[in-house]
Design a protein around this ligand. Sequence first.
Ligand SMILES: *Cc1c(COP(=O)(O)O)cnc(C)c1O
Length: 428
Amino acid sequence: MPVSISKQLFSQAQSLIPGGVNSPVRAFKAVGTDPLFIDRASGCRVVDVDGNNYIDYVCSWGPLILGHSHPQVVEAIVQAASKGTSYGAPCLPELELAAMICEAFPSIDKVRLVNSGTEATMSAIRLARAFTGRDRIVKFEGCYHGHADAFLIKAGSGLLTSGVPTSPGIPPELAAYTLVAAYNDLSSVEALFEEQGGDIAAIIVEPVAGNMGLVLPESGFLEGLREITTRYGSLLIFDEVISGFRVTYGGYQNLAGIKPDLTTLGKIIGGGLPVGAYGGSREIMDMVAPQGPVYQAGTLSGNPLAMAAGVTTLKILQSSNVYTELERRCARLTDGLGQGFAQFGENVAINRLGSMFSVFFTSRQVNTHEAVMSCDTGRYAAYFRAMLQRGVYYPPAQFEVSFVSMAHRDEDIEETITAARRALELLS
Ligand SMILES: *Cc1c(COP(=O)(O)O)cnc(C)c1O
């Protein structure tokens, strides 16, 4: 598979855009190769500028649950564009998407639409701080909530110390407001609250962790977070930017039967266009401007193109068999992949929920951030490159989730399983 045009474009891009990309993980640094420039995509396939064709399991990092350029979504965008791309004034499609979100989430009475997941989480934190009159927040190591300053923080030397920035440009004074606990470890959360509970505005958590690879919440973990936050008068924020409409119609909270105080959304609700959202009870959301004093705004927020893509996507997801079908296909894939790994004696842990999965190159069970860190990232990189050469486009880093869409047919899944066996043959 020649990739000379991609290579040439990437070298040009590096002189124009930092690292040649507009979001870091696209640079393929973690897998020791250069990124492909994509020319077009349709269904489950992407085609690069050199004309190579790949089965795509990145799916734009989650939004494309229906696959690329779904005809009805494209048609909705075209129709909307013909009526204007942005008004900076209220429009009916905003109302439609807001109504669908509120209906799908029992915990959401009111929702504010924004342009990205980052905007949603950043705004939710501001709101939680205003509502509680407290400044500190708790997040979990390995969870990602976008790139706002408050979230680019990792645990300090001890869990009871405040966080330290993971990026230059974040004042240590700000980092002090973010406390970091361990995912699936309630005692680490209890310890923070015992020490500083009266100052903690909120816990923010991915109810299903999807940004250290896929790590599922253990039984009792989310219930425990609900209980602790209630006991201390803090808010519980579920960041469902990935899991919203991915695991069921609604969020993981619908499956778990837990009501967070605030929920953040993104990815799927924009159907492949930039959208984010945050919502919760009327009491909390009525603090947002112009109803209340908490300022948050957006020039392109609720624009009719993104609304059309989101509404159309959600309407299709309402059809009866979507989630069972996604689950069946993804299980077929992970079963087939698992058999291949076993046959070649490769130590992997495969985590799957519905249509999300991760293959971890480790001999351990992966249920904590610490276990995630035990993975052989070099082995993943070799596997990634071998798969890419065989026409399968996996996430270019061990710590990312793969997605199956409604456009991945059984034939595509079988092709992937065969490619994986060939890749393992080569690597063994
Ligand atoms: C992707 C993601 C975000 C950030 O969304 P952007 O649209 O990239 O800003 C936030 N939280 C979670 C859980 C995500 O997966």
